[in-house]
Design a protein around this ligand. Structure first.
Ligand code: FA5
Length: 342
């Protein structure tokens, strides 16, 4: 009757194996029918209790059953694996004709684009680009530019101060004038100095607490106010188009004498008056003037021998006019819906 039992064990195992369709039930079947506490294994462990003559025959028969089950299992296992592979090949088919997903492409910030364009125009006119630091000393940002402590102009140009006394974020690119003059003296200079400036400012649609400037500096013998005017006219034409004129309005800066505000004719209405120029026909671009003798001297040039002109332009203002951007605070608000338009 042990033999009948073995036969039944084998039959039951094989029958149940028929219903196995996946990896999980395959493993469950193996534990149930070939595991340590499975029926066939119990026959092996019960061998000791049998009659001596019966033992080899039962053992042999149990072995055959075990081998039959193992063989069937191996077959089923490979069938299940093949089926799973077929299934995944069919369901995860790659369609190589689908277009790929593009990575979003970065681009230059609109302020950088305007800055680059203005620099390009001046470079074509023979100006060199000179970089000077954004973290500056009080001495260079103010004192050597003729703005001593307690000078009223300091209020207008107040900035962010570091915890180190006398070290601040520059309010304009003008301290670069002194740095460049000291490096170059007594050689002639024709350069632009672009970069970020910072101000402690009540911000509004046209004033940010950070913005770019492009400083213009020419120093040499016999440089006149006419050279300044001519340079700015040529810049306006190259930048904004044929026929665009500039206008200088008397102004005051401690580091230039005489000083002027630079307006450029509105290139959208060509001076007739429109929304962008608020009906005036002119757009304000920056300050300028002849380098003050004291500043020339601070830079290492003898004002009796040398003269020069300087200007400070606001590239964001140029970009605002060009793209009709209504609020300068959009530039640094980090809103991609704004930035991706340029
Ligand atoms: C100056 O900063 C002078 N250093 C310019 C100068 C240089 C004069 C050389 C003479 C010789 P002002 O503070 O006006 O001047 O600034 C010049 C330009 O920078 C402005 O016309 C404007 O375009 C830009 N600017 C100034 N403040 C801000 C601000 N808060 N936000 C955006 N742009 C500004």
């Amino acid at each position: 009757e042990v033999f009948t039992q073995l036969k039944q064990i084998q039959q039951k195992g094989l029958d149940e194996l028929q219903t196995v369709r996946d990896e999980a039930s395959l493993q469950a079947w193996r534990t149930a029918h070939l595991g340590r506490s499975s029926a066939v294994m119990q026959v092996f462990s019960g061998l000791g209790g049998l009659d001596k003559e019966l033992r080899p025959q039962v053992g042999q028969q149990a072995n055959l059953v075990k081998q039959a089950l193992e063989g069937a299992f191996a077959e089923r296992e490979s069938a299940v694996k093949t089926a799973a592979l077929q299934q995944s090949l069919a369901s995860e088919k790659l369609d190589v004709s689908l277009p790929g997903r593009r990575r979003p492409q970065g681009r230059l910030h609109p302020a950088t684009q305007a800055l680059n364009e203005i620099c390009q125009v001046f470079v074509e006119m023979g100006f060199q680009i000179y970089r000077s630091p954004e973290v500056e000393t009080d001495v260079l940002n103010f004192e050597l530019l003729n703005i001593p402590a307690h000078h009223p102009a300091r209020d207008m140009w107040d900035t962010f101060h570091t915890t180190t006394p006398g070290i601040l974020l520059r309010t304009h690119t003008s301290p670069g004038q002194i740095r460049l003059m000291r490096e170059a003296a007594p050689a002639p200079i024709r350069a632009i100095l672009p970069g970020m400036c910072y101000r402690y400012e009540q911000t509004d649609a046209s004033h940010e607490s950070q913005f770019n400037q492009i400083e213009l500096l020419a120093v040499g013998k016999g440089i006149t106010f006419g050279d300044l005017k001519g340079t700015l006219d040529e810049f306006a034409v190259r930048m904004f188009g044929e026929g665009v004129r500039t206008r200088l309005r008397p102004s005051y800066f401690p580091f230039t004498e005489p000083s002027a505000e630079l307006d450029v004719q509105c290139f959208l209405c060509m001076g007739k008056g429109c929304n962008v120029c608020k009906g005036t026909g002119w757009l304000e671009l920056g300050g300028c003037g002849m380098v003050h003798p004291v500043v020339l001297q601070n830079g290492g040039y003898d004002p009796e021998v040398y003269s020069g002109f300087a200007a400070g332009l606001g590239p964001e203002r140029v970009a605002m006019m060009r793209y009709r951007i209504e609020d300068i605070r959009s530039f640094w608000a980090n809103d991609l819906r704004f930035l991706e338009q340029f």
